[in-house]
Design a protein around this ligand. Structure first.
Ligand SMILES: [Fe+2]
Ligand SMILES: [Fe+2]
Length: 295
């Protein structure tokens, strides 16, 4: 049987990215107009499939995953439950919040692995790879149509590119698990550059989705975008040992900004085009980045 890491790493990966993929599919579905019912149905299909995958991951994860991941706020936050309820009501698209309740009750750490568990996780990884191939193709098809002006959606083209990048990273990690039994030694520089770009784009989305009257918040979002653009540049330019410290400090600040934003959106204090679940989604991704930077 491969390393114990295989089971825990696989489950931790699905708990974070499985939810991210189901929410990307949700955002895609919510962004279509009546002109694209077929694409909306495809997005709904992946939302449901990743919801099922996430539900399986939650069932297998209790007592297995690490305390660090459990406490990171990357799986679920204190806002997720309300965000889901509000988003479901606002869009009319169903969300299985039972999964969130089960996630909130998960405990750690490192017990109860056996051969049956190994086989179930292996199955999940294979299923995840199949689903990811399909979802990546769908996102590429949507991006291609949007960029050639054959499709209109309420999602920015950059958002479609962005969620495509995240899906490809997830697939890369599942492939590593299947090929080497572990996610293995990743270049910290590469990981850091990846997530700095993601954070920069979140700042750009927030800036662009705020109501034009939200002047102060727009200024703050813009300042975060500029900070991350600078971090990304130094990240791409050289192996800078001090960079991790800067990325962590910036992301701690950005996390607080996102948390305040999520709270503001949930309590209807901010004018925007941001769904509560999108606010919580980008907050979880910041928490994930912080956990990586601190590990
Ligand atoms: Fe995302
Ligand atoms: Fe993102």
């Amino acid at each position: 049987m491969p390393t114990d890491n295989y089971i825990a790493e696989s489950l931790e990966l699905h708990l974070f990215f499985g939810r991210i993929m189901k929410e990307h599919s949700f955002f895609l579905k919510a962004g279509f107009t009546p002109a694209n019912p077929h694409f909306a149905a495809k997005a709904e299909y992946y939302k449901n499939e990743f919801e099922r995958l996430l539900s399986q991951a939650v069932s297998l994860s209790d007592g297995i995953i690490s305390e660090k991941v459990l406490d990171s706020g990357e799986i679920v936050t204190e806002f997720t439950r309300i965000a889901e309820r509000q988003t479901e009501r606002l869009t009319g698209i169903r969300i299985d919040s039972g999964i969130t309740d089960r996630e909130l009750r998960l405990s750690c750490c490192n017990t109860g692995r056996n051969t049956e568990m190994y086989l179930r996780v292996k199955n999940m990884n294979r299923k995840a790879l199949r689903l990811l191939d399909g979802l990546i193709m769908l996102k590429e098809e949507i991006l291609d149509k949007v960029l050639s002006c054959r499709m209109f959606t309420m999602n920015y083209p950059l958002l479609i590119e962005h969620i495509l990048r995240e899906a490809k990273l997830y697939r890369k990690y599942v492939r590593m698990l299947e090929e080497n039994g572990t996610i293995g030694i990743q270049s910290m520089k590469e990981t850091e550059c990846f997530w700095n770009r993601i954070m920069m784009e979140h700042a750009l989305f927030i800036r662009g989705l705020l109501d034009p009257t939200e002047t102060e918040l727009i200024k703050s979002a813009n300042a975060f975008a500029e900070d991350y653009a600078a971090l990304l540049q130094s990240c791409n330019n050289a192996q800078n040992k001090a960079l991790t410290v800067d990325s962590r400090a910036e992301t701690l600040k950005f996390r607080d900004f996102k948390a305040a934003g999520t709270q503001g959106i949930e309590s209807c204090k901010i004018r925007s085009l941001i769904l509560p679940l999108l606010a919580d989604h980008v907050l979880r991704e910041a928490n994930h980045f912080i956990r990586i930077l601190e590990s």
